[in-house]
Design a protein around this ligand. Structure first.
Ligand SMILES: [Zn+2]
Length: 118
């Protein structure tokens, strides 16, 4: 990374997380300040984009703009290999095939990170 911001983490097709410069914790969440120490200064760190499903929900009726009509889909929290937890939709398999502990890899759809079976 060379001076990139986190504004468009998927622009280069790699998953980026933020590391707090105050307490060194890492977060995937786009919060304005570190939830642990309140620091508002973050570095961006690319991650390998591999992880396992921590928990998931099959969404049968979405109220999110842009997702209506795509149901059912799976929204999952994924434990990244580097440690942080990332949120995204699981694609590339049927909703009933998704399992807790399933290895997944990041894939980008319309510049948004999604997860597919690894
Ligand atoms: Zn912090």
């Amino acid at each position: 990374m060379s001076g990139d911001t986190c504004a468009h983490p998927a622009a280069h097709g790699e998953l980026v997380i933020r590391r707090c410069t105050g307490c060194d914790r890492r977060s995937h969440l786009p919060e304005p300040a570190c939830p642990w120490c309140g620091t508002r200064d973050f570095r961006c760190e690319p991650v390998c984009g591999e992880g396992v499903v921590h928990t998931f929900t099959v969404v049968h009726r979405s109220f999110a703009p842009g997702y209506q009509g795509r149901e059912p889909y799976v929204a999952a929290w994924v434990d990244l290999r580097e440690g942080p937890r990332a949120f995204g939709h699981v694609v590339g398999c049927a909703p009933e095939e998704v399992r807790v502990g399933m290895p997944v890899r990041v894939t980008f759809i319309e510049d948004l990170p999604h997860w597919r079976p690894a």
